[in-house]
Structures are given as structure tokens and as C-alpha cells.
Design a protein around this ligand. Sequence first.
Ligand code: NAP
Ligand code: SF4
Length: 675
Amino acid sequence: MSDYPNLLAPLDLGFTTLKNRVLMGSMHTGLEETKDWNRVAEFYAERARGEVGLMVTGGIGPNLEGSVLPGAAMMTTDEDVENHSVVTKRVHDAGGKIAMQILHAGRYAYGPMCVAPSPVKSPISPFPPAELDEDGIQKQINDIVSTAQRAQKAGYDGVEIMGSEGYFLNQFLVTHTNKRTDQWGGSYENRMRLPVEVVKRTREAVGSDFIIIYRLSMIDLIPNGSTFEEVIQLAKAVEEAGATIINTGIGWHEARIPTIATSVPRAAFSWITKKLMGQVNIPIITSNRINTPQVGEDVLATGCADMVSMARPMLADAHFVSKAMNGKADQIAPCIACNQACLDHTFGGKISSCLVNPRACYETELTLPDAATKKTIAIVGAGPAGLSTAIAATERGHAVTIFDKSHEIGGQLNMAKQVPGKEEFWGLVDWYRTMIAELKIETKLGKTILAKDLDGFDEVIIATGVLPRDTDIPGQDGNNVVNYIDVLRHKVAVGKRVAVIGAGGIGFDICEFLAHEGDSPTEHLPAWMKEWGVSDPAEHRGGLAPEGPQPEPSAREITLIQRKAEKHGKRLGKTTGWIHRSALKMKNVNFVGGVNYERIDIDGLHVSFGEARENPTLIEVDTIVMCAGQTPERSLADALIAQGKNCHVIGGADVAAELDAKRAIDQGTRLAATL
Ligand code: NAP
Ligand code: SF4
């Protein structure tokens, strides 16, 4: 019997059957916009080969005004139909099923043509939307319906009508954005008329044997969002209108509550879909922070939904489902919900990929074929750069030995995993350990490697990482000064009043670590909901607790300091920086910028401000924690080069500036592809 009987059970939709209960949720990867349809097809076909039950494409616009931004992919011409046919054929040949998401962005469309129920500008776009008149509304419906017809012509198994996350259809549902007084506004009956009409007319146009998924916002997380009574009313109406499946949306994009970041507990919102179970007779899909087969299985086994949606986990491992089917769940590369290579790329105008799996969306470009000449390869450093190189090189047939002076693999990942809200890093280190064992990669730990130890290997790769930067602040050798490694790895004692020098990713992490005491809210859903002010939408509109966020008080009085005069955390991830900032603000962390570090003494940290070093100030603290960035650890590389030996230097040992695991893993994998 399978370890995941619920997850892997087929789902009979009447006219067609899905082979299991896993939906690959829609992701805006940017692939469709490349117009390289072979590349798009290969991305989806690879996931079809990985046995996922049903996939949904990234959002495809029904017209110019509704597209997420100018130049975004649309389905409006015969040429579009022809292009998408390449994708559907490849997916079907691989035994998969695929639905196309129709995304009308409404006031979230990033362009001057955007339209909405009412002229209410969104806080996340500079473009005020034009209010639609009756003809305009009819045009939007017609465009969505004909987009669905074209999707059907292109060979898709269905469409997903995007009705959540604060996009166009969602904007009609709530008074926050719908101020109309005609038949499309006012009462809830009127406000839900448009989404229901869209589903009804789509069903009429595509006939009965075509999947229509309606993505419904279960909890808006915005003021004046829907109540759960309204959610149920809408669900029943879209079922009646002809939807085949209801998928879940959580939170509008403008919501100030994290919904998918790594600090959000796993399956944090499945209790909401559970409330909808039994209210309709069509399958319900639950979503958000489900990233292992076991979490998916538990969610289904406890009656939270009929199917689970996983999007980013399918970037991390295209073969997620087939590995779960074949007793290899521990070999699934885990999505750590970091957003660093997927959503941060999307919002930065780049093609998505995955921190853990740089081949995601690069399936046609970054390949790992069998090596023509099998080599012996020494890799020094078992951090993310060295480990990813080792795995990719071994998969190509090389004989790899990996060395590290530490007794454990993982490098800096072992520090990240200590930070509350970053528990997913434990799974990533476990996965590397599993893969090293599975691939029988020789590992030599606990010994400092010298240049002479590397004689005889065909290739030598130096991935020795970084060293903390020496800041040269007078008094930095005092007993009251520690660095982030002392705190996270060696668990040295830190006083109640703390100054953190350096407000980069690690400075923020250290503040999180020092502000928390006891269990991490990421591991305890009720505590997390209280911290962020999430409540039951059956009790409070939109699921916002009336008392707002109620975080536990900080365990320490913390000041986070940087020399730059800019906003703290400005350079953190595009989609997660605001979460880190809000989390620390909730803990009353004091952000101080624009300083000069003058000296450290027994009283604390002395700083001044501005070029003229004015306003001398003592920040009275018990402990100062250095998080001032890093420099490459190149001593071994330099020794080899001095002896005239060839080596490849990767990761932090290569360039420490703005190093993160994403760059390290990508560089290592790409190097392995060339050896
Ligand atoms: P970082 O992001 O480069 O930040 C270093 C901080 O130290 C900056 O705030 C800088 O600010 C300060 N600094 C630089 N030189 C200094 C000096 N000589 N004296 C005093 N302060 C100095 O480095 P990091 O925080 O060590 O992080 C390393 C990498 O890991 C980063 O690329 C980061 O993105 C990544 N990381 C990412 C995450 C994440 O959540 N995504 C978490 C942890 C780490 P001023 O120059 O303004 O003082
Ligand atoms: Fe998951 Fe991070 Fe990969 Fe995105 S980049 S898919 S969040 S592991």
C-alpha cells in the first residue's frame, strides 16, 4: 500500500479522471513571454513526466486591458492557439493534463489601460483604473469566454478562471473595490454577478467535457473582505454555473499578511477549505505552504480538501509525485518557500527558476547529460555550492569526493535553519544528506584540507565559503562583542540589550533569532495567526482579527544598525523584505541608519551621524553582534594557484558580495554541467 493513499488516489471528474490529487498550481514564470514554445512545452512536459495529476499554466490575459502588464502573454489570436498547441501536445504525449489559467488583473494590471469595477487605485500599482460601463463589462466577459474557447481549441484539458488574490473578478466581490450602484454592485448578489456570469457563459461556450476550475478567495485578508457566508454563497453559485473544481486563493496581493513565505506555517490555510467541504458537490482544492507528500496526505486525510495545490514545490522538483509514488519521498528536492528564484525573479522581470533546482524553467538550456569522459573530482566545502556541484557532477557519471573541515555538511545552511521562521532549511540539509548517500558520494568531513591532499584528482573545485568581515571598529575585541556565527552556531550568551551591526539578510536573521524565545510561531499555527492578526472569516470579514497583530513581546531590546541612510531591508528579497521588516517592527526592533561606528566600550556602541560625524550617541547595550557581511575564504584556492595548480573557485570563495544560496547552487550546478 502506498504511503500516501489519499494523495495518490485518482479523482473522477465524470468526463475525465485525474491520476492523483496533486495540482501544480499556476505560476507566472515568465516562460510564456519568451515565446520560445519549445522551452515552455519542455517545462510542463517534464512535470507531466513527473506524474502530477493536473497542471495549471501561468496567468494568460484575455485582452490588453486585463493583462498583468504590457507584453504579458495573451490568448487572443489564432497564432496564440497554434503556439499553445505545442505545449498541450507535448504534455499529452507525456501522459499529463493541463489547464490554462485565464487571468484578468483588473486594477492590478500594471499599465495605463487597466479597468476595474470602480476607479479605486490599488496600493501596489501606480495606475488608476478606469471604471467599466455596461458595455465594458460585457466586453470583459466576452473576452474571457473567447479566451477559454481558444484554450480549448489549443488542446488544453480545461481552464482556470482566476477569481482570487484581488484580481478583476475578486474586485467585484467586495465593497473595498466595488462601489457600483448598478446590477454589478451594491448587494452581494449583485457583486458576485460577474464571476458567476463568467463561469456560466464559459461553460455554455466550451460544452460539458472541459474542466473549469474557479479559483475562489477563501480569506481576503484585507479590510472589508468577504465573509465566509459570502464565500459559501459564491462557491454554490459557481458550482451551479458550471465549475468543475473550486481552487483556493489566500489573501489579496495588497494584503499585509504573509501567505506563502517560508515563515508561514505549513498548510496554514487548509482549515479554511475544510469549512467549505460539504457545502458544494464539486471537488475543492486547498493551497499554500504544502510542500511535502506527507503534508499533502495529512491535509486530505483530515478532510480539508479533495485535492492539494502545490506550485513552487514543482519548481524545486519536477518529479515530486513520481518520487512519492515510488517510495522515494526523501529524495524530493524541497521547496523552502524562500521566493528567491521564483517570485522575486518574476517581480524583478526575470524568468523564474528555483534556488534549490536551477534547472527549473531552464530545462532546455541547463542539461546534465552523461559525461563523455568520467573524471575524479575533489570538492572542498560541503555548503550549498559544493553540495550542488557534487550531486550534479555525480549524476553525470563523475566520481566525486567532497571534503569539509566541519563534521557536518550544509555550511551556512546550518546557521539559517536556527532562525525562527526558517525551519525549512532543516529539510534542505536533510535532502542533501539523503542525496549524498543515495548517489554514494564519498564524503570526508572533520579535516582541514591542504593543497597536497588534492593531488591526483582530475578536477579540483574550491567551495570553501566565506569569513565574517573584519569591521575594524575600535573596541571590537571586547568581551561584549560577538559575531553571527558565535550566536547561531556556538550559541554564545547574548544580553538583554543588543546592538546588531549590519542590516543585511544575516542582520535581519539575527534580530529574529534574538527577539524570539520558545517555540517558533512557524511551528505553531494559532501563535502565528495571533502574531499576524489572522482570524476566521466566518467571524470577521476578510479574516482580519479586529485587534490586529498581537505578537509576543521581544525577548530582548534590539537595535539594528547600518551605515547607509536608506530604508532598512531595502535590498532584501522583493517579495519577502516587507515581511522581515514588519516582523521586526512588531518586535519593536529599533532601526538606526546613517551611522558612523566610533568605538565600542563597556557601556555599549558609540556612533555618530553624517559625514561630519555629528551627534555622538551611545547605544547602551550589553552585547554587540557583528553581521557586517563577509569576505571570500580563498586561502586554499590561493595556495593551489600559487603552486600552479588548476582549480575552479565557486560560491562565496569566489565572490562573497551579495552571496546567497541561490547564486551558490546555480554556479555549482552550471559548473558541473561543463565538467
Ligand atoms: P550583506 O547583505 O552584504 O549585509 C552586510 C551588512 O553589513 C550591510 O547592512 C552593510 O551595511 C554592513 N557592512 C558592510 N561592511 C561593513 C563594515 N565594514 N562595517 C560595518 N558594517 C558593514 O551580508 P549578510 O547580511 O552577511 O548576508 C550575506 C548574504 O546572505 C546576503 O547576500 C544575503 O542576501 C544572504 N542572506 C539572505 C537571507 C534571506 O533571507 N534571503 C538571509 C540571510 C542572508 P552598511 O554598509 O550600510 O553598514
Ligand atoms: Fe521554492 Fe525557493 Fe525554489 Fe521558489 S526559489 S520554488 S520558494 S525553493
